[in-house]
Design a protein around this ligand. Structure first.
Ligand code: SF4
Length: 523
């Protein structure tokens, strides 16, 4: 059995054979929630619904991943003796109607999906077809909803600040904590030790690549024939079974973890994976419980002197801190968060987010990575793709849709706070300023600028890097909302200088040119 470690979940009493776990496609863990309490031989429901996959052009590999992992999980449960009722159909309603026709007296027991209103929606569907449903806590997170809410209500701190939340989670879980309750190494957060750029002769450590069987290959072909997808079918290298995900975690701990820490934020055009764990698709599907990954990281840190603290803490911060924080922010800020747009951004997402057809080497490089595998790491997401969209003034909802469709680890609860709030400063629930930068940051943390047609140090005139003019134009354009932000004071003193010197006029002209180039497909 696995479950949250911060907060407790009640037993689900699965001894009555008519209480049947309904396992969703993102809950593929044999030891979590109601399924973990169901004895072998018991009935299990899985519904493979296809209608969602027709709603937007999902990445080919994302659909392959979800459907192959579900079918693999079905077969594993059957091998373990479970009686799996696996219904492939268009909608959940169809699947539920078929199930209750066959087993009219059953009560389904479902872990709550983190997606907004999924619990009530599923309850309505089940009621519609005359069945019974119990919705219970999702055991695939490290903290419970109730534990967060109780802490948020009693703390004097601002609960929607990641640092406060993260420290609370470290204290409650005991991860990387001394016997005195202080952080191992003396600091809670080593983010400033995650920002080195590797030397030219650095080679990233080996990656684990699973061997896929015929079932997965067949699903991949079927996805191509059945759905309108985006992105490449191959190379498909994501784990689709729990044992593959465990192998990826083991391999990460033994091979990649030491170098993850220092180069966590670095981007190299030829190294899409750098030393990243690449575990988010597996964890978001339930193939691994986040706590399994956290404890493996901590144990490796304690036993392997080659693993530096900035590596171990860097992963723990993502899994125990950021991932959990995103989930709680999402459920407290929906539905407003999905359409939040406090800066009033109205531009459409440029076509090159789909085509990769732009002269900006950083943007085209990141889009190419996403097209190849449905993945680009967190700094590519935040400081290239979301940064450009924010500077350009893209309506946040459109960028969120793009991330949701194109990334293998993206689900609405993950992307909405990450993209709309963190990436585009759409709401203000936790971001205290927009995460925007000129070419300066991208040049410092990547090798993209060296091969780019644009000049990273030029702001105006032909060939000047678009990020530079857009950056100053963004600040000037949003001055009413941002100038009073004390974290932006220095930036606005530069805006004032540019206004006084007349540079702002030239910047605006450059931005107008950039928008024309984009309209002609020539940016
Ligand atoms: Fe990106 Fe500008 Fe650097 Fe080109 S010069 S890679 S557009 S930041």
């Amino acid at each position: 059995m696995v479950g949250p470690v911060v907060g407790t979940t009640p037993d689900h009493d699965m001894t009555d054979e008519q209480r049947v776990p309904w396992v969703l496609g993102t809950q593929l863990h044999p030891g979590a929630g109601p399924l973990g309490e169901t004895p072998a031989g018991g009935r299990v429901l899985m519904i493979e619904a296809h209608a969602f996959a027709r709603r937007r052009p999902y990445h080919h590999q994302k659909l392959t991943l979800v459907f192959a992992a579900m079918r693999q999980f079905r077969d594993e449960l059957r091998e373990q003796g479970y009686d799996v009722e696996y219904i492939a159909t268009e909608t959940f309603r169809d699947g539920l109607a078929r199930y209750f026709e066959r087993y009219p007296g059953d009560t389904l027991v479902m872990m709550r999906s983190p997606s907004y209103r999924s619990g009530p929606r599923m309850a309505e569907l089940v009621a519609d077809v005359g069945g019974d449903l119990a919705v219970v806590e999702n055991g695939l997170f490290a903290s419970t909803r109730r534990a967060f809410d109780e802490w948020a209500n009693r703390t004097d701190l601002q609960p929607f600040t990641h640092e406060n939340f993260y420290r609370w989670m470290r204290r409650e879980s005991g991860v990387l904590l001394t016997d005195e309750g202080t952080p191992v190494g003396g600091e809670w957060n080593l983010d400033d030790e995650n920002q080195e750029f590797p030397p030219a002769d650095w080679e990233p450590p080996d990656r684990y690549v699973p061997d896929h069987d015929d079932l997965t290959a067949d699903v991949s072909d079927w996805v191509g024939a059945e759905f309108d997808t985006w992105g490449q079918q191959e190379p498909f290298e994501w784990p689709v079974t729990r044992s593959q995900a465990q192998s990826m975690l083991d391999h990460f701990c033994t091979t990649r973890l030491p170098e993850f820490g220092p180069y966590q934020d670095a981007m190299r055009s030829e190294e899409w994976a750098m030393a990243h764990a690449l575990l988010s698709p597996s964890i978001n599907l339930g193939l691994l419980h986040p706590w399994e990954a956290i404890t493996a990281i901590e144990e490796t840190f304690e036993s392997d002197p080659d693993v530096p603290l900035n590596s171990a803490e860097g992963v723990v911060r993502q899994l125990l801190g950021w991932r959990e924080f995103m989930r709680h922010v999402y459920r407290h800020s929906m539905p407003e968060l999905a359409t939040a747009n406090q800066l009033g951004a109205t531009q459409d997402l440029p076509d090159f987010y789909w085509s990769g057809d732009t002269e900006m080497a950083c943007v085209s490089g990141c889009v190419d990575d996403v097209r190849a595998r449905g993945y680009a790491h967190h700094i590519q997401r935040l400081m290239v793709l979301a940064n450009f969209a924010t500077l350009w003034g893209v309506e946040p909802e459109q960028l969120n849709e793009w991330f949701h469709a194109t990334y293998v680890d993206a689900y609405h609860w993950v992307t909405t706070p990450n993209v709309i709030e963190m990436g585009q400063y759409g709401h203000g629930v936790f971001a205290t300023k927009p995460y925007v930068s000129s070419a300066n940051y991208i040049d410092r943390m990547s090798d993209y600028c060296g091969d780019c047609k644009y000049y990273k140090t030029k702001t105006t005139g032909e060939g000047a890097c678009p990020f530079n003019a857009l950056y100053w134009d963004f600040l000037a354009r949003n001055e009413d909302q941002l100038r009073s932000n004390h974290r932006m004071g220095l930036m606005y003193s530069h805006v004032d200088n540019k206004r006084e010197s007349g540079d702002l006029e030239a910047i605006r002209e450059r931005v107008a040119d950039l928008r024309e180039l984009a309209a002609d497909g020539e940016l």
